[in-house]
Design a protein around this ligand. Sequence first.
Ligand code: SF4
Length: 280
Amino acid sequence: MVTGCGLEVGLRKKRDCEALRGFGQLVTAKEFVMKCATLGEQFFEILTQVHDYLSFYEQCGLEGISHGSNIPEKQATTFTLETIAAQLQDCQRCPLHRQRTHILFGEGNPRATLVFIGASPDAEEDQQGQAFVGPAGELLTKILQAIGLCREDVYLTNLVKCHPPQNRNPEPAEIATCQPFLNAQLEFLRPRIICTLGSLATQALLNTEVPFAELRGHFYDYHGIKVMPTYHPSDLLAHPQQKRSAWEDMQRIQQEYVGFSRAETIPRLHTITGEAERPE
Ligand code: SF4
């Protein structure tokens, strides 16, 4: 049985709060009734979202979700990347399902210390059914090699798992709908470092509207995980002058990564069972 909830998923949305404004200025019974009807619809929509959110976690085998945290330190049961991915089969939870070719859940090392999160699969990834392919993917591979890593060392995923048409950015509602899958992935992976690629992934994960230019190049905390925002490889292809800054960001990640790799000799608890040690 799920014992917590993700009410903040629905309540964070600005539009959910819109109808609350102006109540102090109501003057007629008709306006009051109309406001109540609007609030009722929005409340029902929020409850539906929460129900879907909790159902998803139950289907993944989670028995409890703590309040106020997307990534609980410990869970009382087991689930895997495979069980999470299984919930995505022919997912039609948001409009992005209509024009996708493949769902790109994510790929890489399930024991990765470092996870990269982009915004959404691009057209080439959608066609090939593989994450971070094409020129941007090749550049990411080179960047990893430059800090002594390969793709098999890390885990790669996106905020949303389906390609938005015309390469547009995913809408906030689409990100929110797909977010439980990303949260569950991070709960399982529990990486030491997350590198967010680009402004959308950074602002969505850190839940902030601070401009990317201010966020980039600094570490932030995400439920105990260090987050380094940097440019998306596709941005670097379009704006090669940003490569120097991106390289500096990757060096910061490398320094942290080396430190964590040394610390890996100390067994650490995995978050899923609360009992198992992190597999070596
Ligand atoms: S983006 Fe996520 S929520 Fe939307 S259809 Fe694809 S898998 Fe489902």
